[in-house]
Design a protein around this ligand. Sequence first.
Ligand code: ADP
Ligand code: MG
Length: 678
Amino acid sequence: MTAAETQIGENTPWQAQPLAKMKIKGLGAKSREKLAKAGVLTFGDLLALLPRDYFDYSRILPIPQAPLEKQVHIRGRVISRELSITKNKRIPVLEILVDDGHGTLRVVWFNQTHIHDRIIKNQTLSLFGKIRYERNGRTMNSPNFEVVAAHANPETGEPQIEPVYREIGGLRSAQINGWVQAAIQQIPREETLPAKVMNHFLFPSHAEAISRIHNPENSVQLDQILKRQDPAWRRLVFEEFFHFHCQRIQAKQQVPSRHYPRLQPHDRERDAFLAKLPFQLTGDQRRVIDQMTAWLRGGKKLNSLIQGDVGCGKTVVGLAMGWFFKLAGWQTVLLCPTVVLADQHYQKAAQLLATLGVRCALLTGKRSRTEIREVLEGLGGGQIDLVIGTHRLLAEDVVFAKLGLVLIDEQQRFGVAQRASLLQKGREPHYLAFSATPIPRSLAMTLFGEVDVLQIRQRPAFQKPVRTALKRAANRDEVVAFARKRLDAGESVFWVFPLIEGEAEDEERSANAMWQRFRENEFAGVSVGLVHGRLDKDRVDTEMTAFKEGRHRVLLATTVIEVGVDVPKATVMVIEGADYFGLSQLHQLRGRVGRGGRQAFCFLMVDGVPDKDQLQRLRFLEKHDDGFEIAEYDLERRGAGEFFGKRQSGVSDFQFGDPWRDRDLMQAARQAALAFLQ
Ligand code: ADP
Ligand code: MG
């Protein structure tokens, strides 16, 4: 499901009208091109550009009362103005002091030379931004501002609320606002939800709802909108979910599935597999295998998602299934997001399955031409039972003799299209995906529809919980000293950063800068590796492998480090700027240490003074170790959009709704869609 598909009322033609066909004052070809680049192509797209914020001119806070970390509006006179350049990166900084008669506040802008001329001493400014506690005290960083003139509505003299839009390719908020306002005037009055629904929920009309989101009438309404409680907001969420469910229900009705492989795995076969394992399965692993075997015996098609914390042993469950399929004469494919992971799985599978007579192969772009040709021939000729590989598997030249089972590891790393292209390589293969993002079952059901969600909560007994502690960045020395001790004991250290490269003030949160520093100072004499998303894939693979094999002892990384990579010697995980991450993400990160049975440690580094909420969130991690519990706690606080990160397909692509936060509407919309389609 892409954003375009879930747009409100996408069946109604007026919303699909290209912008070029609309008469919108001041919106010329050049601007349309810029909008198009950002995916804003139609009338509907334009209206769905939500304000990222609102300037509420009616609510100005006295400086001393303005809370930290919240978007606030203050107004004051510029009493000093100073231009300087940062020492390290030579970035221009404009720093002013404003006085509103109640107190003063420091305000800074980094690298925004275009505003320097607009700010003059003694002028009165309206400033919108967040105040944080920094080294030099309370500071507002790069706020939006306006030189105070008439903000009042010229007609009524009333204060106004102004929507603020994200800049798109150099198009400013004010321009976008003008176009959106013009578009609002042109929304047809016809209703886009069934009359029954409208009567039941007493929603405002579509046009009214859209208009109100862009133009809240007063502060009370604005509050309700920001809290996602305003009926206008709830209507748009409902509508989006309603269409989502309608599509899904219709799609499901269209594909009767009949041609998938039938097999009758026998207990004897399972026991033969278990006998070869170097360890005992946990109860959960066994339960999941038995569940799937029972489904197969009952003639059901596997369409499952197996969720479990990092290290709970999901792979072996997939291999067991591959074994059953091989016995029934079917091929299995296992798709992995990276070469390192594919390698790792291949080593394990080959070791385990070879003695059972399962013929395994590895297919990645890294292999030689001859090797690749051999694998391709083996797949086409049916001599290979299980192939493990990367994106290379999706290429057209990969053809299977008899593909029966598709396994996808770390499924959140793949898009819908990639999954589909792999499934197409068989007539109607069974499907099994793995994920270390634990999603509460109720949410998973709504998101993944007919997919059966299976959970592994238990962990292999040898894994001890990772000891976790919060640390102030100011006390990094202690953590370094601790890490050095572990290095002396022959163990390895992960050090994770939220940024690749940062502005001067973010230096300690950026992987690149700290890599330079660590190699010269903190970890002089130790081999320190670096991986981040801007390095090419090959480089990331080499660095990861060097760390895995112990040639690098410390690895600095952004979150690109593969979820599944097994580095048994790694026992320390340090996460800088921990407050930048979601709890589940932190939990997954720390799951990368302690996979070798030794006691592992995780340090969550926080800068400055985190607010109470943030502290409480992070402390939860110190005390809890169950990924599902952590996920629920985090979802409750941040909603699904934030939880999954904006990039993840299929989960947070809703414009208005959040499948977790708005789960009541999700349910209601599903009921309404079912009733409507009957
Ligand atoms: P994940 O769920 O993170 O994908 P893996 O499947 O990679 O976990 O398993 C992690 C490690 O634990 C592997 O080395 C695997 O061989 C091992 N393992 C899996 N199940 C068990 C078990 N029941 N007992 C002991 N070790 C296990
Ligand atoms: Mg895994």
